[in-house]
Design a protein around this ligand. Structure first.
Ligand code: TRP
Ligand code: SF4
Length: 334
């Protein structure tokens, strides 16, 4: 039986953190056996918001791929590539942009939100409005039936489905309608209990040193009502306890109990989770520094991934052009 095809991507806007690891990446890793997976560095999508300062995008791209591999994305099983290496995405994007009404784009909740909230960048550019249209091209160029994403991407997927229906009804059934597959794991919050993000300065990076991790953990927000060591605490609202549940589940119940009875202090509690988190990350960090010492290996994986991706992408693009009756059929890229 042929496996269903999956595509997902991440924007290379900075180093990956443990929120990415227990969220998206853990999910990607799990899916590798069951599906034919395409995992992409969405560098055009990064450029749409980072165009004023694009210098870090290439380095972030290879660094992120290094993290993926260190965490367990396996190039023998999955096709790993950089979006801008596969030009067929942008060509399909032009095609889809012809049939995407601007109001569909304007009503996407993430777009409205970002326009209001992001103050340090000018997001009134044309490309940023079309962000979900390129995302639709990313997915459809591989005819991916399933797209693993977080909650925040569901509206983008819905738009992809609408664009797909519109294309198929206008030019014939070329594309399957992709379904979102939501990440199951609980979201890990940042040190200050807001969403974990590099831009909030509250993230623990996969590639940082154990010492940095330890220092950061010691600054974590806890139960604000627990002022003194003798005050009973409320693990259910404490971020440190959430980290126990994810990285040291065998200790989570005992810690909760000790916290409620004021038998453990917050400092010791944090020291313990810092130790456990560093233990959890140790093999990943070791693989990561091995890989980082051999950048040519990463380059080989990406150029192999690009070749595999282009074979499929070029064939789909040809089909789309033929369905619309535009241009000549091309020699397929090999
Ligand atoms: N928009 C996605 C994000 O910010 C990244 C992305 C780009 C993507 N293209 C995609 C995700 C295609 C899934 C499928 O996380
Ligand atoms: Fe949080 Fe641990 Fe302090 Fe309880 S003891 S409030 S779980 S840090």
């Amino acid at each position: 039986m042929t496996k269903k095809r999956i595509l997902s991507g991440m924007r290379p806007t900075g180093p990956l953190h443990i929120g990415h690891l227990v969220g998206a990446l853990a999910n990607w890793i799990d899916l590798q056996d069951e599906f034919e997976c395409y995992y992409m560095v969405a560098d055009w999508h990064a450029l749409m918001s980072e165009y004023a300062n694009p210098v870090d995008i290439p380095k972030n791209s290879t660094d992120n791929v290094t993290d993926w591999l260190a965490c367990g994305i396996d190039p023998e099983k999955s096709t790993i590539f950089v979006q801008s290496d596969v030009p067929e995405h942008t060509e399909l994007h032009v095609i889809l942009s012809c049939i995407t009404p601007i109001p569909w784009l304007e009503r996407v909740p993430t777009y409205k939100e970002q326009m209001q909230e992001v103050k340090d960048k000018d997001l009134t550019n044309y490309a940023f409005l079309g962000y979900p249209c390129l995302q639709a091209a990313d997915i459809l160029i591989y005819k991916a039936g399933v797209v693993p994403v977080g909650e925040d991407q569901v509206a983008h997927l819905e738009l992809t489905r609408e664009i797909t229906r519109r294309f198929n009804s206008m030019y014939g059934e070329v594309f399957p309608e992709p379904k979102p597959r939501l990440t199951k794991t609980a979201r890990l919050l940042g040190l200050d209990r807001r969403k974990m993000s590099k831009s909030y300065g509250n993230a623990i990076e996969i590639g940082e040193s154990p010492e940095e991790t330890r220092k950061k953990i010691m600054t974590m927000f806890t139960d604000p009502q627990r002022q003194r060591r003798s005050d009973p605490g409320r693990p259910e609202i404490c971020n440190v306890h959430d980290y126990f549940k994810v990285f040291a589940p065998d200790r989570a119940d005992a810690v909760a109990e000790g916290c409620r009875n004021a038998e453990i202090g917050c400092v010791d509690c944090k020291k313990e989770i810092a130790e456990r988190l560093n233990q959890y990350l140790q093999p990943i960090r070791a693989r990561r520094s091995d890989l980082a010492a051999h950048p040519d290996k990463i380059e080989d994986i990406l150029s192999e991934g690009c070749k595999k991706a282009r074979r499929i992408a070029a064939a789909t693009l040809d089909e789309a052009r033929q369905a619309m009756g535009i241009g000549r059929s091309r020699v397929t890229v090999d």
